[in-house]
Every structure is written in structure tokens, then in C-alpha cells.
Design a protein around this ligand. Structure first.
Ligand code: SF4
Ligand code: SF4
Length: 342
């Protein structure tokens, strides 16, 4: 089912949704678009966001359950999962959700992730204006959403072409106040096609030299010790990646307390260090190589999907200016050229 949402109907539609669901949408926070619970402000439905909405499903820190001991017996209390809708998720992040679904949905399944996933509707926003670091078209994860969305929006100027991808998506159109969505026609679809084709050409022009095969060969020949010396060991590239999913667990409190999970990364030495002090990934160069091997070799073997969706966040955030695809350090001039939009 397709429909057209005029610009002036966007906020009334979000208000409609927020009467029964928690709406999470990107809003402007000090000049940066950040996904938050929507409270009536104009949504920042523009280019990609530095922080991924994947945090709705995989928060940086979360309480898995609370435990209470009484006369030697424990009782457990899991936090309630609200019903939510994420509006504006980019196709690259949507593909990351598909990868996480396979990882956390395979045995042994990850109940806290799946509980959040089942109670979250996804409204994606196709990318008509890719950012300077985006290469989703090369990774086959954008600029338009292929699957996994309930509703896919495309900003065609005067409003949004909305396409339902599930029965819930049809309800998002049909179940809202009348008059918000109008009938879509061929001109709306033609505008969408032109804008998306343009986005593909922009990325092909900029990053057409990137391919998974090329990167796999580069992983075998890269100078990991050199790259390791450049790396500042901040872990930023991993913490910001919508596909990275390593975590640590701690029980806080004895005898009563909370079991807490927080994001972790294989790039930090403590992740692989064992209790006797030995570390199979002792140098940062080895850990960087492991990070790549996991994304481009091990994860595809386990899930059939590559562990990168081309969002470009790791390139954008790296203070050491390591080009994650050429496996080399960018000089300042190359970096500035990269940042020039289009
Ligand atoms: S590896 Fe980099 S470009 Fe790929 S999904 Fe992760 S942050 Fe995005
Ligand atoms: S963001 Fe750059 S400097 Fe930080 S850990 Fe990743 S590669 Fe190293």
C-alpha cells in the first residue's frame, strides 16, 4: 500500500501516533540530530545521524533484571518493555537491525533484545541526500529500504511518499486521523525514483572503488602494527557502529541488586584479557585485524550477512583519521575533500 503524507501533515501524524505509542524520532540537540522520545518538536528528518537509532534496541547500558533475595531464594523482576515506533530510521540502520535479528535471534536467543525488537515498529526514511561518509549503495543496504520496515518514507519535496512493508505499516496509514494521508500517484513514485537514482550516483562517484572483495584482500596484506600505532584506542569506531554488538555483564549489588549489560568492544584490551593476565589479542593491531575479520569473514559465515552496512560512521568519528576501507591514514587534504558534500 502506498500513500502521500504532505509536509504539513507530518507533525499531526506524529501527534496521532504518540497518543498510543512512544514515538522516537531524530530531533535537533545543539545542532546535532539525535534520536529521542518525540515531544512535539520539529523532527530532524535529514541526513544520517552520528548516533544510530539501533540504541533503542541495544542501549549502551541496560538493566536486564532486578534480583531480590529472601531467605536464600531469589526472585527476578524484568523491566517492562514499552511499545515504541522509531520514525526516520535510515536504510543502513534498518539493514543493521536485520543483521542483529539474525545474531540475537539464533540459539541461544537473546531475550532482552528480542523483547524490545518485538515491541518496536520501524518507519524508515529513504536517503535522497547521502552524507559525505555514506556508502550504503556499495554495501547493498541503501539508499532505499528493501525489507524489514513497517513503513518506508521518501521525502519528495512537498511531502513524503509512504510505502507499507507490513500489516502494521498499513495500519499506520489507515488507522490515523482521516485526511492526513492522501492518495499517492505515479508522479510521487517518479520523483522518488529520480531522487534515489541521484543518491546512488553520488555514492558510486565517490566510493565506487570500494568492494568487499578488495577489502578482504587488504585485510590480508595490511600493516596492522602500523595502523595499531596510529589508533588512539578510543573504541569510538566500534561503539558507534550499528552492527557491533559486543557487551559485558555485571551484577550490581549483593544480596539484592541489578544485572546490568553495557556495550563493550573487542578493540579494547580488557575485552579479550583473561583472568590470568594472558591476552590472545594483546596488541591493538591484532585487535583491529580481528574487528575486520569478524565483520567480513566470521559474521558472514555465521549469518550470511556482512557486518558492515556502509553508514560511514566509523570513518567519520575516527580521530586518528584511519580510512577504514583503504586501511591507511588519511592526510588532512584527503579528509577535507571527503567531507565536502557531493
Ligand atoms: S563498520 Fe563502519 S561503515 Fe560499516 S556499519 Fe560499522 S560504523 Fe558503519
Ligand atoms: S575510532 Fe579510530 S582511533 Fe578510535 S579505536 Fe577506532 S580506529 Fe582507533
Amino acid at each position: 500500500m502506498k500513500a502521500f503524507l504532505p509536509n504539513e501533515s507530518l507533525i499531526p501524524w506524529l501527534k496521532d501516533l504518540s497518543s498510543s505509542l512512544e514515538v522516537i524520532a531524530p530531533v535537533d540537540v545543539e545542532g546535532e540530530a539525535v534520536y529521542q522520545t518525540w515531544k512535539g518538536q520539529p523532527p530532524a528528518l535529514v541526513g544520517n545521524t552520528l548516533s544510530s537509532p539501533i540504541e533503542v534496541l541495544m542501549p549502551r547500558t541496560e538493566v536486564l533484571f532486578r534480583y531480590v533475595q529472601d531467605s536464600g531464594r531469589y526472585t527476578f523482576d524484568e523491566p517492562k518493555v514499552p511499545t515504541r515506533i522509531v520514525v526516520g530510521m535510515k536504510p543502513c540502520d534498518l539493514k543493521a537491525v536485520a543483521i542483529l535479528d539474525r545474531i540475537f535471534g539464533s540459539e541461544p536467543t537473546d531475550h532482552p533484545y528480542l523483547a524490545k525488537r518485538r515491541s518496536t515498529l520501524l518507519v524508515s526514511l529513504n536517503c535522497t541526500d547521502p552524507g559525505p561518509w555514506c556508502f550504503c549503495a556499495i554495501m547493498d543496504s541503501g539508499p532505499d529500504a528493501q525489507e524489514g520496515f513497517d513503513l518506508a518514507l521518501t521525502d519528495i519535496g512537498s511531502g513524503y511518499l509512504a510505502e507499507a512493508g507490513s500489516a502494521a505499516g498499513v495500519l499506520l496509514i489507515k488507522g490515523c486521523s482521516s485526511g492526513l494521508f492522501l492518495e499517492a500517484d505515479g508522479s510521487h513514485e517518479a520523483s522518488r525514483d529520480i531522487l534515489l537514482e541521484n543518491a546512488r550516483s553520488v555514492m558510486a562517484e565517490k566510493y565506487g572503488d570500494r568492494s568487499v572483495g578488495h577489502l578482504r584482500r587488504a585485510i590480508r596484506s595490511a600493516d596492522w602494527e602500523y595502523l595499531g600505532r596510529q589508533c588512539l584506542r578510543c573504541g569510538g569506531c566500534s561503539f558507534i557502529c550499528p552492527v557491533c554488538h559486543c557487551f559485558s555483564i555485571a551484577d550490581l549489588g549483593v544480596p539484592d541488586g541489578e544485572r546490568v549489560r553495557c556495550r563493550d568492544t573487542c578493540l579494547l584490551s580488557g575485552f579479550s584479557r583473561m583472568t590470568n593476565g594472558a591476552n590472545p589479542l594483546g596488541s591493538i593491531g591484532e585487535r583491529m585485524r580481528n574487528w575486520y575479520l569478524d565483520k567480513f569473514e566470521h559474521l558472514p559465515e555465521r549469518t550470511g550477512l556482512i557486518g558492515c552496512v556502509g553508514c560511514g560512521r566509523c570513518d567519520e568519528i575516527c580521530l586518528a583519521q584511519i580510512d577504514r576501507w583503504r586501511l591507511e591514514v588519511l592526510d588532512e587534504r584527503s579528509r577535507q575533500q571527503r567531507q565536502q558534500h557531493k
